[in-house]
Design a protein around this ligand. Structure first.
Ligand code: ADP
Ligand code: ZN
Ligand code: ZN
Length: 701
């Protein structure tokens, strides 16, 4: 980028003050489109952070362009307060990634660039005042040996020899062309991790860095151990950096600095790690690529998987997507031969996949949600000294509290949703809303009729745990869900207990269903999966299938005879039938055919305009007008614009929500519409009591 400051533009006259100014376009994390003009008395390169005043606030932004002249009235252009020189300018490939994300997701640059940095690098407070001590980078650098935090003892021992399938896959992956993406489709327990690690080792040996993305932090400890154990000796333990949202600010900054400076060779992290600058990046691996956690659900609603593919392509390096149940988007790309396809069809350690049984609950005598068959299987498992896992995707004690006399239900006062009953120490109960967080003590008597006999309806993890504890007093039961793992380190502790064999029955939500390699798990029981069967979202069956395959895949990873029992009212549903035969391919093909007939993604591209207001009619009215605007902007047939609809949970925290779906067979047509439409929406919303947002490739509709 050429710095085109005002210097030297002087046409022989007397240089004025403003002639010596360099005008700069600065990206700021504010919800306004475009870049903001500032001046400085010297050129500032692109990618450098600067401290500026915005309104009456001090903010840190990033220089994106040098300007020949300000684009607003000169008198309104303010000087940059400080150029932050504690880091070199952000590298060009990092800026390209951010630019692409801003363009693709139709967000202002500042809303992409700034949140992609560790928070202390964008907080003015970290640089101002007596305690700043030269800013967060210098403070981090002064910390003695703060670089690596070796956690636990890496299990050493030689790497296993790859089996034939693994070797064949590795060979193809090694030979991938730069910029190519491959899908490693390996059934659960087939040893995908071992393939990733070998491939990573090659890339490290070439002096390049590896980015390994995982969906959730609770999966990192186990993978972290394997990576540490398998890392080439010369790289040393300090060459691994870990990054996820639960890290403290300082820890995240130190990891980021080590990666950005090329001191760490491997970055293992969740979706946010995708935005780490990596000067020698040579390979990106996205484990469990189908997982919805790769999609950010607020702010910049990006898909880390999709951006990983773009980044790999941009850098000319290979990207490996791994999954037992690939997303239909990825499967479709394989079908188009855009991605290389590699399969691992056999388990690495066990002879076979676990046997799946569907337990018909329609005529069963249920005891607290359990069929006699499942209870018997649990008992067997206990007697045989094997671990069992009970999966129920609902936390809390029960999803609703109910009065039998008058029909009162525990409704959240601020949402159109029920409050969930939770149990605490010393028999205390609360009602908690999982949508807005509102909570109160659970009433002892019905608030409407005074009846003392309130009943919990349905099961959550806590109730399942309590019931099993009563039913199997000899069993050691561990519950893992968002509640039991709230404190830092508690998830690691609970998983350590499970992996250390100090648990007989593991009860939990989807947190326990993914990625973990349980050694002694002989039985998996699934409760209440029907709830997802009839969700309105067209992706619900895909998600349910992936979830069931994942949780089933935890069983019998070392030995034969493992069982999976799924309780259902609808055993004939296609999802369950495909599960019986472990047949991902059949399921995916049928699902894709249906999507094609209905013109749904991946055969079309979508954007979702959502509106929020105190009153639903304001949100709806905004969307109705927005729709009319859009219809004016498109050629007939190019883009389909649906009618606005209220969300299923229409009110959350007293805000009512509606949305409008936009869909097109062509990505280009959709993005052209958005380019023209978004500025109009900005005007349309002005002065109205509405907030709106646009999401590209929405995953939940
Ligand atoms: P996936 O991620 O595909 O579900 P993992 O990578 O967790 O499977 O592998 C399952 C288990 O098999 C792990 O304990 C792993 O160490 C082991 N394993 C993988 N490959 C081999 C191999 N070639 N020989 C022996 N054990 C292996
Ligand atoms: Zn009542
Ligand atoms: Zn609520």
């Amino acid at each position: 980028m050429v710095m085109a400051g005002a210097l030297g533009r002087d046409a022989g006259g007397v240089a004025t003050e403003s002639d010596r100014r360099c005008y700069l376009a600065v990206a700021l994390d504010v919800p306004l489109p475009g870049l903001f003009d500032y001046w400085h008395d010297q050129p500032v390169p692109r990618g450098v952070r600067v401290l500026v005043e915005f309104g009456r606030r001090k903010m840190i932004g990033m220089v994106c362009e040098a300007l020949d002249a300000p684009r607003v009235d000169v008198s309104r252009v303010r000087p940059i307060q400080d150029v932050l020189d504690d880091l070199p300018p952000m590298p060009p490939d990092w800026l390209r990634l951010a630019e692409f994300a801003a363009r693709y997701y139709h967000r202002p640059m500042g809303e992409v660039l700034m949140p992609a940095l560790p928070s202390s690098l964008r907080k003015p407070a970290a640089y101002l005042g007596s305690r700043a001590a030269g800013g967060p980078v210098r403070r981090a650098d002064r910390r003695p040996g703060g670089a690596s935090r070796t956690q636990g003892q890496a299990e050493s021992g030689p790497a296993p020899e790859l089996n034939e399938e693994q070797s064949a896959a590795l060979q193809v992956l090694r030979a991938l062309d730069g910029g190519q993406t491959a899908l490693l489709h390996g059934i659960t327990g087939s040893g995908k991790t071992e393939v990733y690690l070998r491939l990573a080792r090659d890339v490290l040996a070439q002096g390049r860095q590896v980015l390994l993305l995982v969906p959730e932090i609770n999966l990192t400890p186990q993978l972290e151990q394997s990576v540490r154990a398998r890392l080439p000796a010369q790289a040393g333990p300090g060459s691994l950096a870990v990054m996820h949202s639960k890290l403290a600010d300082g820890e995240r900054l130190r990891a980021w600095l080590r990666v950005a400076r090329g001191e760490a060779d491997i970055l293992l992290g969740t979706r946010l790690a995708l935005f780490a600058p990596m000067p020698r990046l040579g390979l990106i691996i996205v484990d469990e690529e189908h997982d919805t956690s790769y999609k950010q659900q607020d702010g910049l609603r990006y898909s880390a998987r999709d951006l990983a593919v773009w980044r790999g392509h941009d850098l000319g390096i290979p990207v490996v997507l791994g999954s037992a149940t690939p997303s239909l988007e990825t499967w479709h790309r394989v079908g188009q031969e855009a991605y290389r396809y590699l399969a691992l069809n056999r388990r690495a350690l066990a002879q076979a996949q676990p046997e799946v049984r569907l337990i018909d609950t329609r005529r069963a005598q249920l005891e607290q949600g359990f069929t006699p068959q499942l209870l018997q299987a649990l008992e067997h498992s206990l007697e045989g000294g094997r671990q069992s896992l009970v999966f129920i995707n609902r936390r809390g004690y029960s999803p609703v509290l109910h009065c039998g006399s008058c029909g009162w239900l525990s409704q959240c006062p601020r949402c159109t949703a029920y409050s969930v009953l939770h149990r605490h120490a010393r028999g205390r109960h609360t009602l908690q809303c999982h949508h807005c967080g509102h909570w109160s003590a659970a009433p002892r008597a019905c608030p409407d009729c005074g009846d003392q006999d309130l009943k919990p309806m349905g099961q959550g993890t806590q109730r399942v745990e309590a019931f099993l504890a009563e039913r199997f007093p000899q069993a050691r039961i561990v519950r893992i869900d968002a509640d039991s793992t709230r404190r830092k380190g508690s998830a690691e502790a609970l998983f350590a207990q499970v992996h250390g064999g100090q648990a007989d029955i593991l009860v939990g939500t989807q947190m326990i269903s993914k990625g973990h390699d349980y050694a002694r798990l002989g039985l998996v029981g699934v409760l209440n999966s029907d709830a997802m069967l009839f969700a309105q979202d067209f992706r619900a069956p895909e998600r349910l299938f992936a979830q069931l395959m994942q949780v089933a895949g935890r069983a019998g990873r070392r030995d034969a005879g493992a069982q999976v029992m799924v309780q259902t009212d609808y055993p004939d549903q296609a999802v369950y039938q495909a599960l019986l035969s472990h047949d991902y391919t059949a399921f995916a093909q049928a699902a894709l055919l249906e999507r094609e007939e209905l013109g749904l993604p991946p055969y079309s591209h979508q954007a979702l305009l959502s509106a929020q207001a105190r009153h639903l009619h304001d949100a709806q009215a905004f969307l109705v007008e927005a729709r009319a605007q859009a219809l004016d902007l498109i050629a007939p047939g190019a883009v389909h614009i649906y009618d606005p609809v209220p969300l299923r949970v229409v009110r959350v925290a007293n805000i009512e929500r509606a949305q409008l779906l936009v869909e097109s067979p062509g990505r280009g047509a959709l993005h052209r519409l958005l380019d023209a439409w978004l500025p109009q929406l900005h005007e349309l919303a002005r002065g109205r009591p509405v907030r709106y947002g646009i999401e590209i490739d929405p995953q939940e509709i």
